[in-house]
Design a protein around this ligand. Structure first.
Ligand SMILES: [Zn+2]
Length: 296
């Protein structure tokens, strides 16, 4: 691994940092060797963090030339994300810790995707998460992996999570972002909507966070075995999206993957409403004409 801190001089955003790292390491394997990267970039040690309160931490010297990352023991994907997140704090000079020389990050910090305007602490946590996501799933490697996938399927999310050694939810988020079709993934916990990830082309999901998964969803209407992705089935599109009354409802499909911890992923795939054929339009217009002229 030839990379060093010199390759990163002047890069101040998560995107710029990842770009430079990928330029210096064009043949980065999957899963990305995050610990090796840390070692090349000035992290002397990665130690276990013994804390109920914090998920990760970073100790730096005054010049920020060396650092020690602390990460709570746990599943490998979660620990890798924590390490990448702390590496971001180390590499971004404008990330100033709450206590001199010492960052401490809660699990809520590691999930943060938006920051309140003017809140520098939240902003730096969001930046560290952006770096970790991009670093563990570099866009070009993700696109390469996804080129083999065709029809949207939660099996692909599981393959990405396994190959990139990231959490299933992180893989799900990347999947909807990079898949060319109109898809969304709803994360449910104990029967309630927890989070929704959707492609830009997918409409707003009408089920608010915290509300129950709709009773007509495949999640309820069919039994699911944990850790096995269900078949894909059509559902009523107004379960999840706002369907205009005067328009033909687009076809919506669902697939469910139940995890053992009470969480589930629900894949939603939207097909564009088919164009009316000329024949259909003629019949429709004819019917409307008869209706209006009272000759039914
Ligand atoms: Zn942090």
């Amino acid at each position: 691994m030839p990379i060093s801190r010199r390759d990163l001089i002047g890069a101040g955003s998560p995107e710029a940092l990842v770009k430079r790292i990928l330029q210096a390491e064009p043949n980065l394997p999957v899963p990305v060797p995050i610990q090796e990267l840390c070692a090349r970039l000035g992290i002397l040690r990665i130690e276990d963090l013994d804390s109920e309160e914090f998920e990760g931490g970073l100790v730096i010297d005054a010049e920020r030339s060396e650092g020690t990352i602390l990460a709570r023991r746990g599943g490998e994907p979660r620990r890798r994300f924590t390490i990448a997140h702390e590496l971001a704090h180390f590499l971004m000079a404008h990330h100033v810790p709450d206590h001199p020389g010492r960052f401490r990050c809660r699990s809520s910090d590691l999930r943060r995707v938006t920051a309140k305007e003017g809140d520098q602490r939240q902003r730096r946590e969001v930046e560290a998460n952006r770096f970790a996501t991009l670093m563990l799933m570099p866009p070009h490697l993700l696109r390469g992996a996804m080129a083999a996938f065709r029809e949207p399927n939660l099996q692909h999310v599981l393959v990405l999570a396994r190959d990139f050694a990231v959490a299933k939810e992180a893989a799900a988020r990347a999947y909807v972002q990079y898949h060319p079709e109109r898809i969304a993934i709803v994360v449910a916990g104990n029967g309630r909507v927890q989070r929704c990830y959707r492609a830009l082309s997918f409409p707003d999901i009408i089920c608010a966070v915290g509300s129950p998964v709709p009773t007509g969803s495949l999640y309820h209407t069919s039994p699911h075995r944990p850790n096995i992705a269900s078949d894909i089935a059509a559902c009523s599109s107004d379960l999840w999206i706002d369907v205009k009354r005067d328009l033909r409802a687009p076809d919506l499909y669902e697939q469910v993957y139940l995890q053992q911890n009470g969480f589930a992923m629900i894949l939603l795939r939207l097909e564009a409403a088919p164009e009316e054929s000329a024949e259909e339009r003629r019949l429709d217009e004819g019917w409307r004409h008869r209706f209006h002229s009272g000759r039914r």
